[in-house]
Structures are given as structure tokens and as C-alpha cells.
Design a protein around this ligand. Structure first.
Ligand SMILES: [Fe+2]
Length: 289
């Protein structure tokens, strides 16, 4: 082939954010997300931060069509861990959620939405672990044998990696899932929970109590690679300041501005933007295969 097939066939716009509340900052975040005209919106959990999700649902109701584009990873402020099961039930009813673990193929992207609120989610051979394993197998087959997808994106509220600050990383889940993500060549892992923005180099599992291994091939994902971990938790809730502003595997972090992430996928290329609500691009990287 002469390569003339239009890349726009496989163009897909994904927006992602979490940790919003119902504040003016949150409304601005969602307005900006709607302005990006996404094909898919990945909500990374933690909605109203109250015992009632009505104000959060009202924001969604004010944006025609946003609900239908949204995949939702449940946060600790979306149920009785920090709020109430009323919040969970309101979200289930409004978004039509019957299962908080969801997989979905959107053009050449395979999305796996995990649920860190499942008490067994970080235990081997439990339901979620087995489900993730089977979905990763399916995604790998669609990519390597059937040529139907190029990218695997995982979303889960509580982060496997986060800089020192308000929350600790989910070490047990990391030990359990990252070797699977390495094996199946997952590309991106999206998190909320930490109220700022962070982005790692592509990293592989480094073993118990060890630092991760930074993939030497960098952003060239045509070679064997680790996953890029993105935290997009600056959606509207009061921002968390870093106790440790950077480490060797986290080249981008910011705790000053509210905003969201934008992924523009065209075939075997993803442009990843961290955007502030006042329209600034805080960081842009390009990943290619
Ligand atoms: Fe959270």
C-alpha cells in the first residue's frame, strides 16, 4: 500500500479527569472537556464529595450528550468509604451503571475500566483480577492477531504510582497488576485520587519494594515498553501540594492549576496534553508505535 489511507479514520479524541466536586472549577473543567468535543470521556472518580451526588449529576445534565460518552471509574468519595451508598446508587442510576468494571473498544483503542473500591480488587484470583486478565488477553489478541486495535488504556481511581504527598500509591495492586500490564504491553494507565497532575516515563515493574524500571526506548512504543501513568486529579477539588515534587520516573507534575488531560489518537500516534482550565498546555508529549 502507498500509505494514502486517511489517518482521520482512526482519529479519536479522549478527555479524562477526576476529583471534581460541584465547584465553579469543576464546572469550568467540564465546560472545557465538552469544548474538546471528545468521542470518549473517562471520568477518574470522586464526584460531589458529599452524601448526595445530585449537584454532580446536574453538571452532567447541563451538557447534552456528555453522559453517553463517559466511562466512570468509581472513587472512594462515590460510595460509603468516604460518603454514602446513596451516592453510589445515584451514580448507578444516572449513568446506567450495572457493573463498575467495564471494557470497551473505541475504534483502535481498548479501554479497561477497573474499580479500586472493590475490597478484593488487589487480591490474586479474585473476580476483578481474573476479569482484568481475561480482558488483557482479549485486547492482546485484537491487537496482535486481528489488527483491530493499536492501544490499550487502563483507568482506575486510586493510583499505582504517585509522588509523595496526600496519598500513598497502591503498592499491593501495583505488585499484582503491573507485571500483567508489562506482559500485555498496556500503553497508558489513568488515575485520579491525587488532586494534581502527574505523568511518568514509560515504566515497567521493578519488583517488590523496588523502584520501577524506566523503558529505555522512551516514547517509541513500537518496541517493548512499559506503561505511562497519568494522574489527572486536578478537576476541581482543592489541589494537593507535593511533598516530593519529582522523582526519576515522573518528569511532569504540577499542583498549581485546575485542568484535565486530552488524548488525541490518530492511528499509531497519541498526542497527550495536560491542559489547564485557562487554556494553557502544561505539557505535551507524543507516543508512537
Ligand atoms: Fe479519591
Amino acid at each position: 500500500m502507498n500509505g494514502s489511507s486517511p489517518v482521520t479514520q482512526n482519529r479519536i479524541i479522549i478527555t479524562t479527569v477526576g476529583d471534581t466536586t460541584c465547584s465553579d472549577n469543576a464546572k469550568e473543567t467540564f465546560q472545557n472537556i465538552v469544548n474538546e468535543n471528545p468521542d470518549v470521556n473517562l471520568f477518574l472518580g470522586d464526584s460531589s464529595y458529599s452524601m448526595d451526588a445530585t449537584c454532580f449529576i446536574d453538571i452532567f445534565k447541563s451538557f447534552n450528550g456528555l453522559k453517553e460518552k463517559t466511562i466512570y471509574s468509581r472513587g472512594n468519595h462515590d460510595d460509603k468509604e468516604d460518603e454514602s451508598d446513596t451516592v453510589k446508587e445515584q451514580l448507578e442510576q444516572y449513568f446506567g451503571i450495572t457493573d463498575w468494571t467495564v471494557s470497551q473498544q473505541q475504534k483502535n483503542v481498548y479501554i479497561i475500566c477497573m474499580n479500586s473500591q472493590d475490597p478484593d480488587y488487589d487480591l490474586k484470583d479474585k473476580d476483578q483480577y481474573n476479569w482484568v486478565k481475561s480482558k488483557l488477553k482479549e485486547a492482546t489478541r485484537l491487537r496482535d492477531e486481528e489488527n483491530k486495535i493499536d492501544w490499550i488504556v487502563v483507568m482506575i481511581h486510586k493510583p499505582l504510582y504517585t509522588l509523595k504527598g496526600q496519598h500513598k500509591p497502591e503498592r499491593k495492586a501495583r505488585d499484582l497488576y503491573q507485571p500483567l500490564f508489562d506482559k500485555h504491553q498496556v500503553d497508558l494507565v489513568l488515575h485520579g485520587h491525587t488532586h494534581n497532575m502527574q505523568r511518568t516515563h514509560p515504566i515497567k515493574y521493578g519488583g517488590l519494594d523496588n523502584e520501577p524500571i524506566i523503558t529505555e526506548s522512551g516514547l517509541d512504543f513500537s518496541q517493548d515498553h512499559g506503561q505511562i501513568y497519568i494522574i489527572s486529579g486536578a478537576g476541581g477539588r482543592k489541589l494537593y501540594k507535593f511533598a516530593e515534587p519529582k522523582n526519576s520516573w515522573t518528569p511532569f507534575a504540577q499542583d498549581e492549576e485546575y485542568g484535565y488531560h486530552l488524548l488525541v489518537i490518530e492511528g499509531k500516534k497519541i498526542d497527550i496534553f495536560a491542559k489547564s482550565n485557562d487554556g494553557n498546555i502544561l505539557e505535551q508529549i507524543t507516543v508512537k508505535k
